[in-house]
Design a protein around this ligand. Structure first.
Ligand SMILES: Cc1cc2nc3c(=O)[nH]c(=O)nc-3n(C[C@H](O)[C@H](O)[C@H](O)COP(=O)(O)OP(=O)(O)OC[C@H]3O[C@@H](n4cnc5c(N)ncnc54)[C@H](O)[C@@H]3O)c2cc1C
Length: 425
């Protein structure tokens, strides 16, 4: 190789050794966010340092100039569902309220890297929900029509088109659950979930929000029907506004404020394989087989399913789950039989009766909810943060979340998303 074509020698700054040195020394890596002593008072206290709490804090500061805000987490940022999910993004829901809401989130996701100046690795892949029987096909057609009416790209396609998009799928008519068609949603995709959490945390911190890890909320003070403060493992804070963003733990926090919610907590498991060369472009979901799969940029296959059939706060994986998962995956893609699973895990999901979230004000003045995110709340992080921030700043529910108020369960005005959210995530 001549001197002219030889790549330039890498300086110590970028060599592997240089990176290792930096990693061990840690001296000139800028901190993404700071640590603080707890103040005695904040304008807004957000409980839960997952994507919802962090995005709410970020948009409070960025869009409304409300910066005297604390985010409290009993563990570490992203240690809940936000760091355990399978990071599938889409907006092809079943109700007009749901489609509009999730579509705004997808729009925010598309520009999130630029907004936060942080690479969140958003990857538009196309999302396929397979239909294995006539009733599923009918629901797909229904969803496609609702989606189109809201301007969302979504249509029902036949088995040949499905095969064209995902050649490894077994689309023969002789399988136990033949693929009759699919709901195809080109804008769907995946993202790097940790990066989203870190990006919002860094953005909120840079705008003056205080992030407090290892700070457990142990009580909420209510006087005369309104919130006055929060008790924590590090001391008491006085505040007039508390937002519950604790997902799987949300009923424990709501109970502290005396607010009852129709939420039950169930574990949801997922698993990941060893990395292989990219062969799967789309996200593939089968509601009938209770399984979905996508391939990360690193090449791992990420598998998910529906929630465990019991309520629990346990976050342990089970053999029963991987056995069922493997069987169903192989019915869809027999060619994967030689792949090895690397690990499995679980997170907690706060399930509501209608598979839609609970957002906004409660009968206790100053106590707001952003909960009920079940198995599908990661994709909703940006729009939830944006609308919760607006709701707090304006004192009334933002337009996009009006349908998701707690009072809908008393009024019987449910927003039924089970047909689009039970396995699809
Ligand atoms: C396996 C799995 C796969 C999933 N896949 C998808 C998917 O593909 N797409 C999708 O959109 N969604 C998915 N989800 C759902 C999604 O992960 C959640 O809905 C979302 O992350 C909820 O975010 P959050 O910020 O509300 O809550 P979390 O990220 O769970 O954060 C809540 C935080 O509250 C903190 N906390 C709890 N109690 C207290 C307390 N007393 N004091 C202080 N802090 C407290 C916890 O430590 C935690 O960090 C999946 C979930 C799981 C488990």
């Amino acid at each position: 190789m001549s001197a002219a074509t030889r790549p330039p020698r890498r300086s110590g700054k970028y060599s592997a050794l240089g990176l290792l040195r930096k990693g061990l020394r840690g001296s000139d890596w800028p901190r993404a966010w700071r640590s603080h002593d707890l103040r005695s008072s904040y304008d807004v206290v957000i409980i839960g340092g997952g994507i919802h709490g962090l995005a709410t804090a970020y948009y409070l500061a960025a869009n409304h100039g409300i910066r005297n805000v604390a985010v409290l987490d009993k563990g570490y940022l992203g240690g809940g569902g936000s760091g355990r999910n399978t990071a599938i993004l889409r907006s092809n829901y079943l109700t007009p309220e749901g489609v509009r809401f999730y579509d705004r989130s997808l729009e925010l996701y598309q520009h999130l890297a630029a907004e936060l100046n942080y690479n969140v690795m958003f990857s538009r892949r196309g999302h396929l929900t397979l239909a294995h029987n006539d009733s599923s096909l009918r629901t797909m057609a229904w969803r496609a029509e609702v989606n189109k009416l809201q301007g969302v790209d979504s249509s029902v396609i036949g088995p040949d088109e499905v095969k064209g998009l995902v050649p490894y799928l077994d689309t023969s008519a002789t399988t136990r659950y033949p693929i009759l068609g699919a709901l195809y949603h080109p804008p769907g995709g995946i993202i790097r979930h940790d990066a989203v959490v870190w990006g919002y945390a860094r953005g909120a911190d840079s705008l003056g929000v205080q992030l407090h890890q290892k700070t457990e909320v142990t009580g909420i003070d209510v006087s005369g029907g309104r919130v006055t403060g929060v008790r924590t493992s590090r001391g008491t804070i006085s505040t007039g506004t508390v937002v519950n963003c604790t997902a799987g733990w949300s009923t424990l926090i709501s109970d502290m404020a005396g607010v009852r919610t129709p939420v039950r907590t169930s574990p949801l498991q997922a698993a990941v394989t060893e990395p292989v060369k990219p062969f799967l472009d789309a996200v593939v979901v089968s509601g009938t087989l209770h399984v979905y799969v996508s391939q990360t940029d690193r090449g791992e296959l990420v598998f998910g399913a529906s929630v465990d059939p019991f309520t629990s706060y346990s976050m342990r994986g089970s053999l029963d789950f991987v056995e069922g998962l493997a069987g169903h995956v192989l019915e869809l893609m027999p060619a994967l039989s030689k792949m090895r699973l690397l690990r499995q895990w679980a997170g907690l999901c706060d399930m509501t009766p209608d598979y839609s979230p609970i957002m906004g004000h409660t009968p206790v003045e100053g106590f707001l909810l952003d909960v009920g995110w079940g198995t599908y709340g990661f994709k909703a992080g940006p729009v939830s943060g944006e609308t919760m921030a607006e709701t707090i700043a304006e004192g009334r529910p933002a337009e996009l979340i009006r349908a998701f108020g707690l009072d809908r369960f008393e009024r019987g005005a449910l927003v039924g998303e089970k047909g689009a959210a039970a396995v699809g995530h």
